[in-house]
Design a binder for this molecule. Sequence first.
Ligand code: TSX
Ligand code: MN
Length: 620
Amino acid sequence: MHRFFIFILSLCAVVNYLHTNEVILSLVEYGIESDTIDWILLQAEQLTPDSIQICDGSEEEYQTLIKQMVQQQTLIPLNQTLRPGCYLARSHPKDVARVEEKTFICSDKKQDAGPTNNWADPIEMKQIMGEDFQGCMKGRTLYIVPFCMGPLKSKYARFGIQLTDSPYVVVSLKTMTRMGRKALEQMEGKSIVRCLHSMGCPLEPGAIDSAWPCNPEKLAIAHFPKTREVWSFGSNYGGNALLNKKCFALRIASTLGLDEGWLAEHMLILSVTNPEGKKRYFTAAFPSACGKTNLAMLESPLPGWKVEVVGDDIAWLHWSEDGSSLRAINPEAGFFGVVPGTSEKTNAIRTIATNTIFTNVALLPNGDVWWEGKTDTPPPMAIDWQNNPWDPSKTTPAAHPNSRFCVAAHECPNIDQTWQDTNGVEISAIIFGGRRASTIPLIREAFSWEHGVFLGASISSETTAAATGTVGKLRHDPFAMIPFCGYNMADYFSHWITFGLQGANPPKMYAVNWFRKNSNGEYLWPGFQYNIHVLKWIFERCEGSVKAKPTAIGLIPKKLDLDFASILGIKGSYEELFAVKKHEWEKEYSALSTYFSSFGNEFPDELWLQYQELVQANGQ
Ligand code: TSX
Ligand code: MN
C-alpha cells in the first residue's frame, strides 16, 4: 500500500489534474486493486484528457450526458409525446458498422488466432496503437466506466472497466451493462478486463467539435487475450466502441471459456411455455440477417404457447456445479439491434417505443423516426440518416441498413421474469440456423452431441443486401462465431466437443432454416411468428412426447406433428420443406469438405467422423 501511494502521488504531480486525487481516492474506497488503478493512471497520463470522470451509473449522470450531447447535436430529441425518452444520433458516414478488416487478435503466436482472424503481434500492436493514443483525449473528458457483464452477484458474471472519451459510449454502456457504482461494489478481488477506447479526435482549444467525432483512417480494434485487454481507436459505433459487447463478451470471454471450461456464444436465449405452464429454455445461434432478434422476441400466435426473451445476442454457457444441467446467462442488460425490418410483424417494435437511442434512422417532421420496413407505405417528408431531405422516389435508403436501436432489456414487454437469475437458466435445446434458399430442411434434430457440434460447425448463410451489399453469396459461419471467436476456430470446435462430454445431460441440438425457396423463388415457410410451430416441436421433443423421423441428415418431424393445417400463408408442402435432394447434398458435402480442410490438421477428428458418417448414410 505504501509503495502504491508514493506511486500515485508522483503520478499526480505528472498528470496534474484537478480531480485526480479524488478519482484515486474513490477507486481505492471501492476496493479496486492497485494494479488496476495503476493502469488507469498510466492511461490518463498518456491520453491527456482535460478532465476525468468516474461514472456512477446514476440516472442523473445519464441525463446530464444526454443534455450535453443534445447541446453538441450528437443527439436529437425525438417527439417526447410519441416516443418518451427517445433520441436520434447520426453517425459519421464512414463510421456505420463493425470493421472486420481492422479487428485483430493479438495472441503471442499467430497460430492461436487461427486462420479466420486477423493476427498482429501484441508488442508491435501496442507500439503502433500506443502512438495514436498518445494525447488523443486532449480537450475531452476521460470517462472511467466500470461495468458488470451478467447478473450482479452471479458466479458467472465478469467485470470490465472501459476508459473512453465518448459520452455516446457511456450512455450506451449504461443501457447495455450493469454500469457504475453497482458494478464497482462487486469488483473487489475480481479480475477486470481492461478496455481502452478513444474516438481518436483530440480537440484543440477553441475548436468546434463535430456531432460524431471519429477517425476512420486510423481505426483499429485490438484484442489481447493473454492480458485480457481490448484497445479500440477511431470509431464511435456499436461493436467497435462498446467494448463490453463483441470485444469482451464474445472475443475475450471465448478465451476465458477455453481456459476455464465454459462457452461464450453468439446466441439468443428464449423461453417457451406450453399450455400446461411448463417452461423450457433454448439458445440459438444465427449468422447476421437471419432475424435472430425477431426470433428472441417472437409473439406466439398459438393459443396457450408463449415465448419470452432472456437475451438476443450473447449467451454464456456453463455446466452447473454437479454437471446435471447446462446453465445460460445473458451477459448483457440491453439490446443493440438492427432497426430496418422492425415492424408490427416483429415484437421489437414494442420494445423500442420508449427510452431508446436510435442511430442512423430517418427523422419525420413530427419528430418520430422511420426506417425501411416500418410501414408498407414510406412517408412523404422524411429526413434521411445523413440529414438530407428524403422522399420515397429516392433510390438511397432513408435509414442506414445497419441503423440501430439501443434499449434496456426491461423495456421489452416479453422479457422473461428469470432473465437476471444469478444461476442462469437451464438450457434444454441448442438451435443453429442459417439463411439457405435450398438444400437445408426447415428443421432437423442432431443424433448426438457430436452430430450437433457438426451441425454448428456446418452453418453457412447467404448474404443479403442489407448485411453485406452482395446478395445470395454463400458464406460459412460456424456457430455464427467467425467474426467473434478470440482464438483458433479449430480449437473452438474441439472445445465444444469436450465441453459436451463434461455434462451428464446435454441439451438436444437442432439446425433450422426459415429461408428455403421453391423454384419460383418464393419462401416455402412463412417464418416470423409461425416459427412457434418449430419451437413447439423442439419443446415436445425435449418432453419426449413426440417421435421423430430418422433421415440420413438428422431427425425430422412427422408430418402431423407440425400441424401444417393451422399454418396460414404457407407456400411449401411438408415434402418440399424437408426434401433431401441428392444433387444438392453432394454440393454441400464438397463445400463442407473444402471448408473443414482449411483448418488443417487442427480440425477435430470427431467432426471428420461425423462428416464421413453423413456422406455414407446419404449413399455416396
Ligand atoms: O426475422 C425473420 N424471421 C424470424 C422471425 C422470428 N425474417 C426476417 C429476416 C431479415 C432479418 C424472416 N424472413 C423470416 C423469419 O422467420 N422468414 C423470412 C422469409 C419470409 C419473408 C417474407 C414472407 C415470408 C417469409 N412474407 C410472406 O409470407 C407474406
Ligand atoms: Mn450479434
